[in-house]
Design a binder for this molecule. Structure first.
Ligand code: 5GP
Ligand code: ZN
Length: 138
């Protein structure tokens, strides 16, 4: 299903042109308009899902296969030293376009911090409770 007012639906389905690096029946992968690094790519499903929670299992499995294929191509063509695979869900997590997408961010030695966070100390008792809480909610 497509969503009428969704820019990624339009790009994924070819209604808006893009620098496409890969396309199949279900996906289009494009270069990001504001790349974090050379080759920064977005994998877009052609069907609309708001985010990870909205997608079906088959889509979630196949999107990672597409990611694996493109990562291999990136390593060959860009000669990058690593690749971050990032997927943001919700505004608080940095999601700005509400259409499921996976970022592939090629990394080059010495390109500095990019996908990073502050490492906090953890309390063992609190961690036990948190783990039990998440587990019980599954
Ligand atoms: P998010 O922050 O939602 O995880 O990622 C959205 C990404 O889409 C951003 O990295 C942004 O640069 C990219 N983006 C937003 N609009 C367009 C567009 O029209 N074309 C392309 N190629 N990328 C876009
Ligand atoms: Zn969409």
């Amino acid at each position: 299903m497509k969503k009428d007012d969704c820019i990624f639906c339009k790009i994924a389905n070819g209604e808006i042109p893009s620098n496409t690096v890969y396309e199949d029946e279900k996906y289009r992968a494009i270069l990001d308009l504001s790349p974090a690094s050379k080759g920064h790519t977005l994998i877009l499903p052609k069907d609309h899902y708001d985010d990870l929670a909205a997608a079906d299992g088959e889509t979630l499995a196949s999107v990672l296969k597409v990611a694996q294929k493109i990562c291999a191509g990136m390593k060959k063509s860009l000669n990058c030293d690593g690749i971050n695979v990032v997927q943001n869900n919700g505004a608080a997590a940095g999601q700005t376009v509400k259409h499921l997408h996976v970022h592939l961010i090629p990394r080059y030695e010495g390109d500095g911090p990019m996908v990073t966070w502050k490492q906090n100390e953890s309390d063992p008792e609190e961690q036990k409770k948190i783990a039990a809480g998440i587990s019980a909610a599954l």
